[in-house]
Design a binder for this molecule. Structure first.
Ligand code: ATP
Length: 678
């Protein structure tokens, strides 16, 4: 057109280009809009599928899974998928169409040069073929490293009290820095291999361009090709190369997204451990009788945590499970709620095997109050309504009144609209438990389950909540687990467990008459009393049951009990730290603690848990030595403590007494060493 100066055709060409530009822009706008909606919906569907699937998985899955990993599926994995889909049209489909069209046109311009230019395919694809699997491998590593980094941050945030008390900040920072270095290293490798996918293709294309210019120029000089055709060929080949490198630039994103999809698919292929029958029997008309028939269960295949449990709980009766920590009390409750299925034997409600029942109908028969009740960050009204979704305001208020929390709610400026705050932080521990009880009352369950429902509370709140629970349990089957025996006296039947077996059972009177393990535990927990202002005291008889005090004469003991002071501590507090020089002994009047050490790798090893009536730190009464382990509270605790200087003041005048005390300390040290070794 230009050489012939054909104005008319030029006008048509320009006009055609203009229409093309308008069309391309309009189609582009429509495409952008619908593509954005499409991407958002694809991600919405994956997110929803994942979230719904997580709710079908068993408690066993959640107790094994790391929350950092699970969150990673919703954040990093989905972000990678989003990035890949977002570039799908602009970086894959359109450039691919462009490459396809350009290839055909090249053959129209000059088939000989076009054949040479087809070398572009191996040149552009060999490099990516070699580097793409490497990108896949390192981006998988990157996701794992990111999850580990998130894990450290998460642990660090929740472990601040321990970190501060133990001066662990330097260790944790060092650990984080090492992890951060590792992530940096993997990220750099991902970056390098990703750019090598693109670079290796570009290098091939660049050399091919030089070759094509050379051959083209030679053909022009031999008059096998016109200059115009060479220019058109080069322009088209440049456009083809650009589109091809756009595709290769996009490939790493596709590879990374594939890794993300694989990780998501792995979760989606996780099967629920509970096999729920589609035609499961409804339990609406059963009477609340619960039977364990030769039940054995283990969280792991090779170790049973409950063995051959046989029991029948009659409708309307209240039973309690007691025993040392780790004996399997909470596991019995988990099986009754069908959080797990027994490995052997069966659990039946109203004569129906729970495996054959409908899970939803089973859960409708139950209400549970846990040791720590979870409140959602919703108004109080909605937190109580969780017990019965269609409850009216009157029903909610009646339940709150019965749980003894109505007055407290009404005193709040927003009343039932008061937000509970994150994890219910706007309410105290006792108030949270009362709200959980209100939920349970609202549900009016056939079976009430109390899992250490009052253990985290201080003595006075505990007593008043126990009173409320007693009322609530009167009209229904109640299963409770507690380590505090005074709250099980009125139960119809008590089961004493040890190592996953029922060792004793019967009423409180029966068990006391048996003079067995229950009675030992009872006596360990008794002999303590509280004054009105909350100060604890201990009887002389109870003191005599503690070896280090058993060698003291009665008058010395009478002075000794006066020297105890009362200390309280909330859950998750470090009471004594390993390595500190001990100066006092602690008796646990109420509560639960864990004794732990750190191994060489800095990991916490729990040696034992102690509860009501146990004691620790008695060696420091005689010797100023570093503590051999740390103690952390697991629940609200009340301790009686005595300082070594006061104790020594009492006993230092009697060398004979000191000798006896030394002997008891020696035997205690020997026992401690054996525990540490094992
Ligand atoms: P505590 O009084 O300390 O709450 P418990 O008598 O209620 O103890 P369970 O919680 O039933 O004891 O635990 C019984 C045993 O099963 C323990 O050895 C415990 O370590 C183990 N266990 C509990 N939950 C799990 C789990 N999710 N995965 C693996 N083992 C578990």
């Amino acid at each position: 057109v230009l050489l012939a100066n054909n104005q008319e055709v030029l006008a048509y060409v320009i006009g055609g280009l203009l229409i093309g530009a308008v069309l391309v822009s309009a189609v582009g706008l429509v495409r952008d809009r619908y593509y954005a909606i499409l991407i958002a919906r694809i991600l919405r569907d994956i997110r929803a599928k994942l979230f719904v699937h997580l709710h079908n998985l068993s408690m066993g899955f959640f107790s094994q899974a790391k929350s950092g990993d699970l969150l990673g599926h919703f954040s990093t994995d989905l972000t990678m998928v989003e990035s890949a889909i977002a570039g799908g049209v602009t970086s894959l489909i359109l450039p691919a169409l462009d490459v396809f069209a350009s290839c055909i046109l090249l053959f129209f311009i000059d088939w000989r040069l076009a054949i040479v230019s087809m070398l572009v395919w191996p040149m552009a694809l060999l490099g990516p073929r070699y580097f793409a699997p490497k990108v896949s491998m390192v981006s998988n590593q990157l996701q794992q490293t990111k999850a580990a980094t998130l894990g450290i941050i998460q642990e660090d945030l929740s472990a601040q009290p321990v970190i501060k008390v133990f001066n662990l900040a330097d260790d944790i920072i060092a650990k984080f820095k090492a992890q951060n270095e590792q992530q940096t290293d993997v990220l750099a490798r991902v970056g390098f291999f990703s750019s090598m996918v693109e670079r290796s293709a570009n290098i091939g294309i660049l050399f091919l361009q030089v070759v094509l210019v050379g051959i083209g120029a030679l053909m022009v000089s031999k008059q096998l090709l016109t200059i115009g055709s060479l220019a058109a060929f080069q322009t088209l080949f440049a456009s083809l190369s650009y589109s091809l490198s756009e595709v290769t630039r996009y490939l790493p994103r596709l590879v990374e997204a594939n890794c993300g999809i694989q990780r998501i698919e792995k979760i989606l292929s996780e099967v629920p451990a509970l096999d729920e029958r589609k035609d499961g029997k409804a339990l609406d008309n059963v009477d609340g009788e619960l039977t364990f028939r030769d039940v054995s269960f283990g969280y792991e295949k090779d170790r049973m945590n409950l063995s051959n449990i046989d029991l029948v709980i009659e409708p309307g009766k209240s039973v309690a499970f007691v025993g040392p920590s780790g004996s399997g009390k909470s596991t019995v409750l988990s099986l009754a709620m069908r959080s797990y299925d027994p490995v052997q034997g069966s659990v039946l409600m109203g004569g129906i095997d729970l495996r054959e029942s409908s899970l939803a109908s089973l859960r409708n028969q139950l209400a549970v109050v846990f040791q720590e009740s979870f409140l959602f960050d919703l108004p109080v009204r909605d937190n109580i309504r969780i017990g019965k979704k269609d409850a009216t305001q009157e029903e909610i208020e009646a339940a709150a009144r019965a749980a003894g929390i109505h007055e407290t709610i009404m005193k709040m400026p927003a009343g039932y609209d008061t937000m509970a705050g994150e994890k219910g932080k706007n309410f105290s521990g006792g108030q949270r438990q009362r709200l959980a009880i209100a939920r349970a009352i609202l549900r009016n369950p056939r079976i009430l389950i109390l899992d250490e429902a009052t253990s985290a509370l201080d003595p006075s709140t505990e007593a008043s909540i126990n009173e409320t629970l007693l009322q609530l349990s009167k009209s229904r089957t109640t299963l409770s687990v507690t380590h505090r025996l005074s709250s099980v006296v009125n139960c119809d039947r008590i089961y004493y467990l040890e190592d996953g077996k029922i060792l004793e059972h019967g009423s409180y009177q029966d068990l006391m008459a048996q003079n067995g393990r229950f009675r030992d535990l009872w006596e360990k927990q008794h002999g303590f009393s509280f004054s009105e202002n909350g100060n604890a005291s201990v009887s002389i008889e109870r003191m005599l049951a503690i070896p280090i005090f058993s060698v003291l004469d009665r008058p010395v003991l009478e002075d000794c009990v006066q020297m105890f002071t009362t200390e309280t501590a909330p859950p998750d507090r470090i009471v004594t730290a390993e390595g500190d020089i001990g100066s006092s002994m602690y008796i646990i009047v109420r509560g639960k603690v864990e004794v732990f050490k750190r191994n060489d790798a800095g990991k916490e090893i729990v040696l034992t848990t102690l509860s009501d009536g146990d004691y620790f730190g008695e060696i420091s009464l005689l010797r100023s030595v570093p503590r051999t382990a740390s103690v952390r509270t697991l629940a609200h605790c009340v301790f009686m403590t005595i300082q070594n200087q006061h104790f020594l003041e009492l006993v230092k005048h009697s060398p004979e007494l000191l000798k006896k005390l030394e002997e008891t300390v020696e035997s205690r040290l020997k026992r401690d060493k054996e525990i540490m070794r094992s």
